[in-house]
Design a protein around this ligand. Structure first.
Ligand code: ARG
Length: 470
């Protein structure tokens, strides 16, 4: 009997012992993840150090092994931070690259590190550690965006803007009130991220490949070392589910959707036909052919990149849906969409916080649009209701008044008292307190309403929330 042929590189793979032929370069590249999962290197080292400490405490490796591992890992961390670490596709992923280097540096202790652990629980741990950091950073960035949004809202808590329904002038709102709508959206977004963080902060290590390990490990100790709130209760679930990554991408997709809506408004508002705002040049570009153009490229890209983040969410959902328990290599595909969603959102939030400060408001244009749109028609109807007219009759009377004002090309507030009285005898001198834009705004004086006093109060509450998180 002859031994099966030994491929040239068989010795270089952590798992190649049972294999009789080498994988092709293409398959090597196809199955490797090191080109992208090296982003989790520091998390991987952190997880390994906690695991090694536990192994030493439990008497599974010696104190000398632990000291060697700590020394080796310190050197490797330095090499990575200085950009000197040589990542090898032959070593497949971040975990094996680091372990291989460790063994080259310290010998047998490096080979003992993997006792009681598998790459399956290792990678699940690394992603959670990475996401925890990403979420903390995103929460900071959301707060920065919100602070600038509140500053702009405060400066315009009494600036009238046409509020739209069906993209047609509906009723006056203040520009500050309008911006606060986005504060509320992003406040919920932040709380979603915080929730996601809470749920993912459980330790997978100890699940090993899928069933747990025969070594007397101490998972609670490792969880504490790594700042997890607890341990994953089921080993199969711990290594296989990526619901936390899906949830993270869903949070990213939702906040991007909100920012995309705001972008759409910025684009509309700065269209010369609308002209409500101007956007600082640093967020726009010109046209290579049309010299007059100033295009809102950054808001358009936020809108466009929202599609990309939605794509990440779909990719992860689809990745998961057909997988039987427990770990499958499919899961290696979770990282690129995840990283891309996080990177896109971080960049978007950073740019947006600055872009908010680059918005120049043009109140005259907003006011002119209000007058053209008969934005206070509802106020006149409400006025007649308060004078005793049933709402449907009031609606009818005001509709007639709008028709007349329209043919004359004036606003309701520009009609004389006697002219207004032709539509209802109930109309008195006090009507001019309500059909003006200021009157309309001031009347909506309740929590959630657009009255400048309410907007000011809402800003104060929002600032309070932001300060408390510091
Ligand atoms: N690179 C792998 C991943 O990202 C690590 C886990 C590999 N486990 C395995 N049994 N092949 O999922």
């Amino acid at each position: 009997m002859t031994d099966p042929p030994t491929p040239n590189d068989s010795g270089s793979k952590a798992w190649s012992g049972r294999f009789s032929e080498p994988v092709s370069e293409l398959v090597k590249r196809y199955t490797a993840s090191v080109s992208f999962d090296q982003r989790m290197a520091l998390q991987d080292i952190r997880g390994s150090l906690a695991h090694a400490s536990m192994l030493a405490r439990q008497g599974i490796v010696t104190a000398q092994d632990l000291a060697d591992i700590e020394r080796g890992m310190a050197q490797i961390r330095g090499e990575i931070e200085r950009g000197e670490f040589v990542w090898r596709v032959d070593d497949e992923d971040v975990h094996l690259n680091i372990e291989k280097r460790l063994t080259a540096l310290i010998g047998d202790a490096g080979k003992r590190l993997h006792t009681g652990r598998s790459r399956n629980d290792q990678v699940a741990t690394d992603i959670r550690l990475w996401l925890r950091d990403a979420i903390d950073e995103i929460l900071e960035l959301i707060a920065g965006f919100q602070r600038n949004l509140l500053d702009l809202a405060e400066a315009h808590c009494a600036t009238p803007l046409p509020g739209f329904t069906h993209l047609q002038v509906a009723q006056p709102v203040t520009f500050g009130h309008h911006l606060l709508a986005y504060y509320e959206m992003t406040r919920r977004d932040a709380s979603r991220f915080a929730d996601c963080r809470r749920r993912l902060n459980q330790l997978p290590l100890g699940a090993a490949a899928l069933a747990g390990t025969s070594f007397a490990i101490d998972r609670v100790f490792v969880a504490r070392e790594l700042g997890f709130d607890g341990v994953c209760e089921n080993s199969l679930d711990a290594v296989s589910d990526r619901d936390f990554a899906i949830e993270f991408c869903a949070c990213c997709a939702l906040i991007m959707t909100h920012l995309s809506r705001l972008s759409e408004e910025l684009i509309l508002w700065m269209n010369p036909a609308v002209g409500f705002i101007d956007l600082a040049d640093r967020f726009c570009t010109g046209s290579s052919i049309m010299p007059q153009k100033k295009n809102p490229d950054v808001p358009e890209l936020v809108r466009g990149k929202t599609g990309r983040v939605n794509g990440s969410l779909m990719a992860l959902l689809t990745l998961m849906k057909g997988q039987p328990l427990a770990y499958n290599k499919d899961n290696q595909e979770d990282k690129e969409p995840l990283f891309d969603a996080a990177d896109t959102l971080r960049d978007t939030l950073t740019i947006y916080a600055d872009m908010i400060t680059g918005i120049r408001v043009k109140p005259e244009a907003m006011r002119a649009a209000l007058a053209k749109g008969y934005a206070t028609a509802t106020d006149l109807a409400d006025y007649l209701v308060r004078k005793g007219l049933p709402f449907r009759d009031a609606h009818e009377a005001v509709a007639r008044a709008v028709r007349v004002a329209e043919t004359r090309g004036v606003d309701l507030a520009d009609l004389a008292l006697v002219e207004l009285q032709a539509f209802s005898a109930l109309i008195g001198e006090d009507v001019f307190d309500v059909v003006t834009v200021e009157g309309s705004l001031a009347a909506r004086d309740h929590i959630g309403g657009t009255a400048p006093a309410q907007v000011r109060a809402a800003i104060a509450r929002a600032r309070d929330v932001l300060e408390k998180r510091e």
